[in-house]
Ligand binder design. Structure first.
Ligand code: GCO
Length: 262
């Protein structure tokens, strides 16, 4: 049974994997046997990331490109296919967030969040799927969010993008299942990363709120995502299409509890 989860001989491309959740998922795929290609858009972060992977015995390939720039995406995917091998697994993780009240948010900022968090995954999926369709095989995993299901003050652009990413996942799953391409999503709850560092500081009201709002009573550790990532990248998920698996410590399962209730 466990051989179903073995990714040996498979090439996995993870966007936004120079740090945070992307790095944790890429490491898990590497430890499950995949040859990992990571994408980033900052040379220094890429340099540091490759060292961090090497420290864990993982030799990964690094490529710097902007997931919202289709010509760059086409060029780099062609190069990966040629130099590394057929991409069997794509994890669309690269994303950004702007925490600004909607009434104060500039349209340009709104558009940028949508471009990175929604159009980027579309561009990546479309260009990688062209190769997967020819091979009648592929796994695409879109990294959604609690904001794919819930709203919260100041993150309208991000919630709109992540809600759209949930439906893009279902639509691509619908169109490409006949090519034996499984398109699914992972919805992380609140995780301890650089992206959440500003709202996680000791004593910050949001930090207390999240710990109280999460039945597991803690922020997620990026390594909590590894198993689900490997599962959705493996043969074990060959009949799963268009599903979003929420790794959230129970947030979406509950209405929450009074602040003074333990
Ligand atoms: C926020 C957080 C969230 C989390 C994650 C939750 O400001 O609410 O950054 O967006 O990062 O997306 O699933």
């Amino acid at each position: 049974m466990l051989h179903q989860f073995d990714l040996s001989g498979k090439v996995a491309l993870v966007t936004g994997a120079t740090h945070g959740l992307g790095m944790a998922m890429a490491k898990a795929l590497g430890k499950a046997g995949a040859t990992v290609v990571i994408n980033g858009n900052t040379p220094k972060k890429m340099e540091n990331a490759l060292l961090a992977y090497a420290k864990e015995g993982l030799k990964v390939h690094g490529r710097l490109f902007d997931v919202t720039d289709e010509p760059q995406v086409i060029e780099h995917i062609a190069a990966i296919e040629k130099e590394v091998g057929p991409i069997q697994i794509l994890v669309n993780n690269a994303g950004m967030i702007e925490r600004v009240p909607a009434l104060e948010m500039e349209v340009a900022a709104f558009r940028r969040v949508l471009d990175v968090d929604l159009t980027g995954p579309f561009i990546m999926s479309k260009q990688v799927a062209k190769y997967m369709v020819a091979r009648r095989e592929g796994k695409i995993i879109n990294i959604c969010s609690m904001m794919s299901e819930l709203g919260r003050n100041t993150v309208s652009a991000y919630a709109a993008a992540k809600g759209g990413l949930k439906m893009l996942t279902r639509n691509l799953a619908t169109e490409w299942a006949k090519y034996n391409i499984q398109v699914n999503g992972i919805g992380p709850g609140y995780f301890a990363t650089d992206q959440t560092a500003p709202i996680r500081v000791e004593g910050h009201p949001f930090n207390e709120f999240i710990i109280n709002r999460t039945p597991a009573g803690r922020w997620g550790d990026p390594d909590d995502l590894g198993g689900t990532t490997v599962f959705l990248s493996s043969k074990a998920s060959d009949f799963i299409n268009g599903q979003i698996i929420y790794v959230d410590g129970g947030i979406l399962a509950t209405i929450g509890k009074p602040a003074n209730e333990k």
